[in-house]
Design a protein around this ligand. Sequence first.
Ligand SMILES: [Zn+2]
Ligand SMILES: [Zn+2]
Length: 410
Amino acid sequence: MVQGVSMTPEALIAAVTRIRATGVATAKDVLASLEREGAGVTLSEVKKACSKVAKRTTTANEEPAACVSPDPACSSTYSPRSSPSDVRRKLASMGVSDHAAERQSVDAAMEEKVREQNRTHRKVRREGIPVVHLSGTAFGMVGPGLPLPDGVPASFALKQVASTAFMEGRSFSGERLGNLKSERLYREYFDDLVADRSTWLGFFEHRGNFQHAENTCGILGTLATIYRQRGALDDCELVLDMEAEVLARYERCSVGAEAAQVNCCEVLAYKYRMIRYNLCLQRARFQDCAGLYRELAGHEARRDFSFDESNYLFMIPVVLNKSPTAAVLRRLSDAEVLRIVKAPLERPGGVEFQNSRMQLRACSTCHAQEPALRTFMPCGRCRAVYYCGKECQRKDWKAGHKERCQPCDG
Ligand SMILES: [Zn+2]
Ligand SMILES: [Zn+2]
């Protein structure tokens, strides 16, 4: 039986953070301090809170970029049984709202939809059925053999190919990015957006093309994340600047639109800001972070994010010892927001920016770097070395890899 005053999870987290800041390290010692203060908590509660605090303040946030509702352009090609309008009707009947429970059931439905789509994608690929990119746009149908309607960018096919690849790797809840093997395709599409900028942005301006804008935001968010987690911050910023342009148009297209579209648009804006926040943090642009923090935490407050779901709001109790509510957030001073932004950096060890992820490989023979993730192939036997091509593999084999190569045992 635990004696003393019980605490809410947020209050406990705040107390644990405060006590640990004084140098108390173990959960048992934290518990002893809490008991001296008259709190009634168990050791397991304290342990849980300690691990949450540790986890939350030492790593930069993951930035899942993948969240798009199924693109009719692509899903109609693969999944003739359930059309996107079925999904939208289902969403509308479920009523997309800001309440957590309803949100979760909607997310679960979408998650299942995405899983089914991915299954179909894999099946199509396994059976070698050629992929036909037939797509509806506000200016008419686009597909192989059809004349390109006025207003559709000349390289529209790049968008279709990138979307298809992207969807194979995403999950609606955003735990995973798009298909990372497709970095090259995302980049080709991005380069075309830059080269033919005014045509593309004019295309996204049209309400009837919102789904294409939505997909593009997902693709650019994924590409920006790959670059940031590689430490290629200039590239990351260029891609984010383009995503901001597309997102602005998607947001204008979504004013007064149906609930599912508005919901998706808000989630994409949240994820875009998350990547931008991490980029600014890494570049020590704390003022920019502060502005983004208010928007990110505001989104989480409006949607009743729980402690576990929250990436930003939870910092209010942890750093400032205040309740994580929308009203408290609005009243925070700029200095308080800056304290939150800088808090992870002040911890021993600071923030881990995950720069070691998404690294490109080098050819074992000529040391050239691969142009995009997973474009070089490993030695089929040991899978320990990579080559830019057959020529380099042959050379290395003769030069001594033959003796060193051991079959990998999986
Ligand atoms: Zn090579
Ligand atoms: Zn080998």
